[in-house]
Design a protein. Sequence first.
Length: 258
Amino acid sequence: MNSFRRIRAIAVNTVLEAIRHRVLYALLFFALILIGGGMLLATLSYVERERILQDLGLASIRLFGVAIALFVGVGLIHKEVDRRTIYTILSKPVSRTHFLIGKYLGLVATLWLQVVIMAAAFVGVSLLAGAPLDSGHAAAIGLIAVELALVVSVAVLFSSFTTPMLASLFTVGIYIVGHLSRDLRELGRQSDADSVRYVTEFLYRVFPDLESFNLSIQAVHGLTITSREVGFPVAYAACYAALLLLVASWVFSRRDFR
């Protein structure tokens, strides 16, 4: 129970610190502008206006969610170390693992709050444009939130031992490869070289399969989304994030702050 309270206290403090970050509001503002601007872009097309609007809206939520995770989240752990406030925190009965998990949960809570705001804007714009909304859109937005939680765990891992700049670059790299790993594997299977097939299969197995969280096409086109398409990515993200946090905790516990 004491451990839970310590983690909760750090998470709450992280949320309060993150919402004071000016970059967060700038990114959120541009996200809302882009979601609302979808109505203007949709008018430029004579066909599938609603689908263009919603596709742009879902892409905006994902893109700016990742941007918030990078620009706001990556620097928070480094800031504690740079300002020497981490010594004050760790001088109390708080382990480095509690500190890291609390930071992670606070960052995820902050991100999910931004997703809720962007989702509300998406729903409002869709209603104004007369675009259909159903459970598929809720599932797509929900998996975006889960994907962002996984991306945050990647950012926390790199933040535990390197600078914010490098952590951002590494996280972006993992994010891009994670969305391309399926295509790389398919290309590798068509290759005649065994080494290419092995490498692409290795990349697919090791890096997170972030494309499994993308249900935008199904939602926008009103296709049926099965419970497995939602449940499996959620379980996958939980296991993968837990593994990354375990590694991050091990690395962070051995880090020398001097």
